[in-house]
Design a protein around this ligand. Structure first.
Ligand SMILES: Nc1nc2c(ncn2[C@@H]2O[C@H](COP(=O)(O)OP(=O)(O)OP(=O)(O)O)[C@@H](O)[C@H]2O)c(=O)[nH]1
Ligand SMILES: [Mg+2]
Length: 695
């Protein structure tokens, strides 16, 4: 496969709700372009884009996949279309971010049966925020219950104006057989091989088409002063002239063409490819943004410019090792070029460039500005890296990783699994920036964090399949603490003197509570050498260790003032060790008498939901022992609820919020403070933390 001149490249992200038909659409485009002889099916696991066993098993995309094809459009020009298929499931939104970071056009795929869904709203908002031109493809028009007109209404009522309906379906459901082109007033009949021929528009569609033509023409010309003036003077622009104006309005995100078809039958697919090429922007139309020496700079997609490549996806491949997918933002890159990672200053040799089509590798000699390709074995350039000639101080802003919202603790099955775990997890996280791993020494847990339960389930399947590491999972332990609310005194005594070198130490300790969060304090108020100076550090050490090891409930002790005010020693039998032990005994004794309480972590939760859901959200938070701090409309039809909620009560909140709000709610949670755990929950919490019998 060759590269194409930059103005003839189209980088197109297929985005939309899960199951709306993106992967099947990619398949149908590749088939119509003659790239694949047979149309694969998601159900059979035979598509170009859904290749991973985890994807095939679930019948859904889990990561982005690139699939280029060459297309000669109806304007007679040849184009290279880089399709970027994305997952629709919310857990994998990070992959949509990566795709949109290199796409110049988003095709928003909407099922004619299910219409605008939460996933559609989500990707529309992402495109809007990133200023990415959009085209809507209403697919599955061949399916029972397909309803093109109601979907059109939903688009307008959900996203507002700017929809330029360029096609009307001819027939619907199983009788869907063609489309009417609203700009050229031409009907197109389809054969079973996905090819079409022109036909007059059928009578039953004619009136609607004529009305729509006028509506769309007025909409388009109103975006161009010259054309509007001509139009108002009765000089109606031709279809080609309208299309040229529309192209600019698409680029400026003023107009969103709406097309219709079926990826299963092939109706409308070739015309979608035409519109992508003729209405979609090329990389030359949309300069990238980079930071040069810290200054925001536009980078033109100029094949003769200074080379600059941006790595947007990393895949750990079982056969060739690490693969890096990149977009050339400027210049032309050839095999064996040497570029420098502008963040780490590491030199990278781009040995053996290739295009990826699903999992197929197509050799590439050189890749021009705007094009997307791949290379194996970059040594130190994860996703988000910029590669440029040495000394060119440029970085490329990359999407923030999605906030993690769900976590599991991993337990390796065997010692061998344990030995391999940390290396394998690092590679897994390199592939998926939405994953994060953390070792929590206090609870001896390795915790994997992600965006949801499916995200982590898939990650663990990959961990096993790709890296041969098998683990079970358990809940992440909540880092409880304990403290006291009363004061008390106690003696810690160690006395073992049964001949020979014995052990002897006595400390008198007074404990009292400190302000929450103030930390603990050791006070030495020994007078008269009751305990020799040199043993005081041992007393303090014994107190610290006992606090770290856990109080009467077995949790680390915080916010306690410990005063050592008296003691006894023996000239021979006293030692550092004896005083450390006596101090630990004394502390335990004193804590038990000073009304010990367990402290639980409290998170500050900020929940954002569409207006109308706030009542349910607040009710639910109350049932989780939460305290609402505030609730306010934040515009854009959204409502924000803030609450302080015990961290233990929101371990699975991402899943519960999704089901409460139909996937429309999002939240962030940060640790805020510790608070006293209600006494009726203490035993349950001790058991769950494995402190059942008291430490
Ligand atoms: N009848 C009909 N079925 C379709 C069409 N397009 C897709 N489907 C079916 O719809 C289901 C979902 O299709 P996918 O292509 O996997 O949808 P997707 O958008 O890629 O889904 P995610 O990867 O989960 O986001 C599959 O069972 C397809 O066979 C179509 O045009 N007509
Ligand atoms: Mg898919």
């Amino acid at each position: 496969m060759d590269t194409a001149p930059t103005p003839r490249i189209r980088n197109v992200a297929l985005v939309g709700h899960g199951g709306s038909g993106k992967t099947t659409l990619a398949e149908s485009l590749l088939h119509r372009a003659g790239v694949i002889a047979r149309l694969g099916r998601v159900e059979d696991g035979t598509t170009v884009c859904d290749t991973e066993p985890e994807e095939i098993k679930r019948g859904m995309s889990l990561s982005l996949a690139v699939a280029p094809f060459e297309w000669t459009a109806s304007d007679g020009e040849s184009y290279k279309v880089n399709l970027i298929d994305t997952p629709g499931y919310a857990d994998f939104a990070g992959a949509v971010d990566s795709a949109l970071s290199v796409a110049d056009l988003a095709v928003v795929v909407v099922s004619a049966v299910d219409g605008v869904e939460v996933g559609t709203e989500h990707v529309w908002r992402l495109c809007e925020e990133a200023g990415i031109p959009r085209l809507v493809f209403i697919t599955k028009e061949d399916k029972q219950r397909a309803d093109f007109h109601s979907v059109l209404d939903q688009l307008k009522s959900t996203f507002g104006s700017g929809f330029a309906t360029l096609e009307l379906p001819l027939g619907e459901e199983e009788s869907f057989h063609g489309v009417a082109d609203v700009l050229s007033d031409q009907g197109f009949e389809y054969e079973s091989d996905g090819r079409h021929h022109a036909e007059p528009i059928p009578a039953d569609v004619l009136d609607e088409e004529a009305r729509l033509h006028e509506e769309i023409a007025e909409e388009i010309v109103s975006g161009d002063d010259d054309q509007l003036e001509r139009y108002l003077s009765g000089d109606v622009p031709t279809a080609d002239e309208l299309e040229r104006t529309l192209r600019h309005e698409v680029l400026d995100c003023l107009e969103f063409p709406v097309l219709v078809g079926s990826a299963a039958t092939g109706v409308g697919i070739d015309r979608l490819a035409d519109f992508i090429c003729e209405l979609g922007p090329s990389p030359a139309d949309r300069p990238a943004t980079a930071l040069v020496a810290g200054d925001e700079t536009e980078v033109l997609a100029d094949p003769a410019g200074r080379p600059l490549a941006y790595v947007f996806r990393t895949v750990v491949d079982q056969f060739v090792g690490q693969l890096s997918m990149f977009k050339v933002l400027s210049g032309t890159i050839a095999g064996d070029d040497r570029l420098t990672n502008t963040t780490t200053d590491t030199e990278e040799r781009l040995h053996g460039l290739f295009y990826l089509r699903g999992k197929e590798h197509l050799p590439a000699e050189r890749v021009v500005a705007g094009d997307i390709a791949a290379v194996a074995k970059l040594s130190a350039s994860p996703s988000g890296s910029a590669l440029a000639p040495k000394g060119y101080p440029v970085t490329v802003p990359s999407p923030e990783p999605r906030p993690t919202a769900y976590a599991l603790a991993l337990r390796p099955l065997t010692q061998a699994d344990d030995d391999k775990l940390s290396g394998a997890i690092q590679r897994l996280c390199a592939e998926d920036p939405s994953l994060a791993v953390e070792r929590i020494e206090e609870t001896a847990q390795t915790v994997l964090r992600g965006t949801g339960d499916t995200h982590l389930a898939v990650a663990l399947e990959r961990l096993s399949r790709k890296f041969g590491v098998n683990v079970t999972t358990e809940d992440v332990k909540v880092p409880y603490r304990e403290t006291i609310v009363g004061s008390a005194e106690a003696e810690g005594k160690l006395k073992k003197q049964s001949g020979g070198h014995g052990q002897f130490a006595v400390v008198q300790l007074r404990v009292s509570p400190r302000e929450r969060g103030a930390g603990s304090e050791f006070v030495d108020s020994i007078v008269g050498g009751a305990i020799p100076r040199n043993y005081i550090p041992a007393v303090e050490k014994g107190v610290d260790e006992a606090m770290a090891n856990g109080g009467v409930n077995g949790f680390p002790v915080v916010d306690v003032r410990v005063e050592c005010y008296d003691g006894k020693f023996h000239a021979v039998d006293s030692s550092d060790m004896a005083f450390r032990t006596a101090a630990a005994l004394g502390l335990k004794e004193a804590m038990a008498k000073a009304s010990p309480v367990v402290l639980e972590p409290i998170s500050l939760l900020t929940v954002t939901v569409p207006d109308g859901f706030q009542g349910d959200v607040m009710g639910d938070l109350n049932s989780r022992r939460g305290r609402i701090n505030g609730s306010a409309s934040i515009g854009g039809g959204l409502h924000e609820v803030q609450a302080m909620v015990p961290t233990a009560e929101i371990q699975r909140y991402v899943l519960d919020l999704r089901s409460m709000t139909g996937g429309r709610g999002t939240f962030s949670a940060v640790h805020d403070h510790y608070d006293v755990l209600p006494s009726h929950l203490v035993e349950k919490v001790k058991k769950a933390s494995g402190n059942g019998s008291g430490h």
